[in-house]
Design a protein around this ligand. Structure first.
Ligand SMILES: NC(=O)c1ccc[n+]([C@@H]2O[C@H](COP(=O)([O-])OP(=O)(O)OC[C@H]3O[C@@H](n4cnc5c(N)ncnc54)[C@H](OP(=O)(O)O)[C@@H]3O)[C@@H](O)[C@H]2O)c1
Length: 265
């Protein structure tokens, strides 16, 4: 799997990571599913796992699944609350889950950004946070995200990127590149909506692509300003195919344009 510099953070990241929204919010009876999906990703070379207190039980199920592999995991999570005190309590819980350190700590959806960044910067100085970032899933918030990017307080961003959601191309990705920020691409399948009507396999093969998930992940990662894409899945076969998409050759402009058309955009 290809490995890229995560902006100027000093981290190097395999280009396929693993999202956990919805899929890993499960009870003890489904911990096996989480363990298997995580194991398949790690076997293929994945290291970044992205979660959040917003995702219910996912932070806990991830902690169990990566247990003996914590040292090789680049653990990304988020702080998601209006309250600074509650945010610090979320962080303390994460330290217990993840062996006393969070590798990538993000302000989720720009909620209480200033209040959280103040204490997160202190935690970075103390070594309990590796890299600080901010996320948002809606283009309407990108002006605000730009201001936070320019503030010098964050080193990475997490934004949506797929053929149906390309707004980051206008200003966010150029700015991230200019500032040397790491970029995680969320929603590479538009939360699964792009997977509902996959195109004919023969057409994909003619383009040198092995499957529709391969096409969409390669579409995303063919932009070198994206450092890691984080698809989420609850299925072993999907985990296998997603993790296998992390090697070039990447798509040229013509194939990328065709994949965009096949996605209906
Ligand atoms: N504001 C934020 O910070 C924010 C917002 C959104 C997302 N995120 C992060 O980004 C991650 C990814 O985004 P997402 O979960 O919204 O959407 P996504 O990764 O675009 O899509 C996930 C959906 O696609 C399906 N899927 C995955 N692989 C597949 C395959 N090979 N073939 C067919 N279907 C497949 C999954 O269903 P199966 O389980 O059936 O495979 C799941 O329903 C999240 O999990 C989260 O970590 C962050």
């Amino acid at each position: 799997m290809e490995i890229r510099d995560f902006g100027d953070t000093g981290l190097r990241v395999p280009v396929i990571g693993l999202g956990t929204s919805g899929t890993f919010d499960v009870g003890d009876d489904r911990q096996d599913m989480v363990d298997e999906v995580v194991a398949l990703h790690f076997e293929a070379g994945t290291r970044v796992v992205d979660t959040s207190p917003m995702y219910g039980r996912a932070e806990r199920t991830v902690a169990r699944a990566i247990d003996s592999r914590r040292g090789e995991t680049i653990l990304a999570t988020k702080i998601w609350t209006d309250s600074v005190e509650e945010g610090q309590a979320q962080f303390e819980a994460q330290l217990r889950f993840y062996g006393g350190r969070v590798d990538i700590e993000q302000v989720h959806n720009l909620v209480q950004t200033d209040g959280h960044l103040e204490w997160m910067l202190r935690e970075k100085d103390s070594g309990r946070i590796g890299v600080i970032g901010a996320t948002h899933y809606r283009a309407a918030a990108f002006r605000e995200l730009e201001d936070v990017m320019r503030s010098g307080r964050i080193e990475c961003i997490q934004v949506p990127y797929n053929p149906a959601e390309r707004e980051v191309e206008d200003r966010i990705l150029p700015l991230a590149e200019e500032l040397g920020l790491g970029v995680l691409a969320m929603r590479p399948f538009a939360d699964g909506s792009l997977m509902r009507n996959p195109p004919d396999e023969g057409e994909l093969r003619a383009l040198g692509l092995t499957s529709w998930s391969d096409a969409l992940l390669k579409w995303c990662l063919s932009d070198p300003r994206i450092h890691v894409a984080i698809p989420a899945t609850s299925k072993q076969e999907n985990a296998r195919s997603n993790a296998a998409a992390g090697d070039g050759p990447w798509l040229d402009d013509e194939v990328r344009r065709r994949v965009t058309e096949l996605a209906g955009h």
